[in-house]
Ligand binder design. Structure first.
Ligand code: DGL
Length: 267
């Protein structure tokens, strides 16, 4: 396989840019085509059937872009539709944020319980707990849906009293179980890391699934012999289904740098 082909990364909207950011830092030679379904976001409160349908459409689009690997950056899609992606992708390798997050959480747990936070659909699916238990059947997992975090992050309230109070309220039951690590099981939550670190205190490790996904991708590309060796300027494409108000500002906050040109897909 031609190692200069791009990696396809996708999400329900712009949150998956946290994964792209981690990939750009960890794998600077890789080309990336990012797909954000900004016209239909949020997915975290939608039904499994709807998410499966949307996920199949996005997977097919990215396969047509001749990607060498697919990364499901959206925790909600990874929770309920990862099988759909793997079935359609056939021999193209697929990674998802939940497998990366579960691996890192088990490595970090050191005999203590694991907390998982995510959207209602992700938490109701129990996907994190299942993946974690497949790796370590004995570990205790405590999950908590945090539906208000996505709008708070999109509002830019990353260090705001309302967000702090919301986090304290959501995390109370998980922290009462004295967990050793907390998995940030949603694309938006890495932006809340400084605030969450304060709320959980120094004894709880935060597992950032964006960073762990980039690590897993690096290992997989090497293992398959398809890591890019291309030394010229890297090409990044950002494809979305809508360009809503404040898109640029929010997108650049997630990506940590300028977005450049964004392509709007007419479906
Ligand atoms: N990308 C979603 C996730 O990681 C959050 C936004 C949404 O609900 O679509 O779960």
């Amino acid at each position: 396989m031609d190692s200069s082909r791009p990696i396809g990364v996708f999400d329900s909207g712009i949150g998956g840019l946290t994964v792209v950011r981690a990939l750009m830092e960890r794998l600077p030679l890789e080309r990336i085509v990012y797909f954000g379904d900004t016209a239909r976001v949020p997915y975290g409160v939608k039904s499994v059937a709807t998410i499966e349908h949307f996920t199949a459409q996005i997977t097919e689009y990215l396969l047509q872009q001749d990607v060498k690997m697919l990364i499901v950056a959206c925790n909600t899609m990874a929770a309920v539709a990862a099988d759909v992606v793997r079935r359609l992708a056939r021999d193209i390798p697929v990674l998802d944020v939940i497998e990366a997050g579960a691996l890192a959480a088990v490595a970090e747990s050191k005999g203590r319980g694991i907390g998982v936070i995510g959207t209602p659909t992700t938490i109701n699916s129990n996907a994190y707990a299942r993946r974690i238990h497949a790796l370590d059947p004995g570990v205790r997992v405590y999950s908590q849906a945090c539906p208000l975090f996505v709008p708070l992050v999109e509002e830019g309230w990353l260090d705001h009293p309302v967000t702090r109070l919301t986090a304290q309220e959501y995390l109370k039951p998980v922290l009462a179980e004295e967990v050793g690590s907390l998995v940030l099981g949603c694309t938006h939550y890495p932006l809340l890391k400084p605030l969450l670190r304060d709320v959980v205190g120094p004894g709880v490790r935060l597992v950032d699934s964006a960073i762990t996904t980039a690590e897993l991708a690096a290992a997989k590309l090497l293992e398959l012999g398809i890591a890019s060796t291309h030394a010229g300027p890297t090409a990044y494409r950002f494809v979305v289904t809508d360009v809503p108000l404040r898109f640029q500002t929010i997108g650049e906050r997630f990506l940590g740098r300028s977005l450049g040109t964004v392509e709007k897909l007419e479906w």
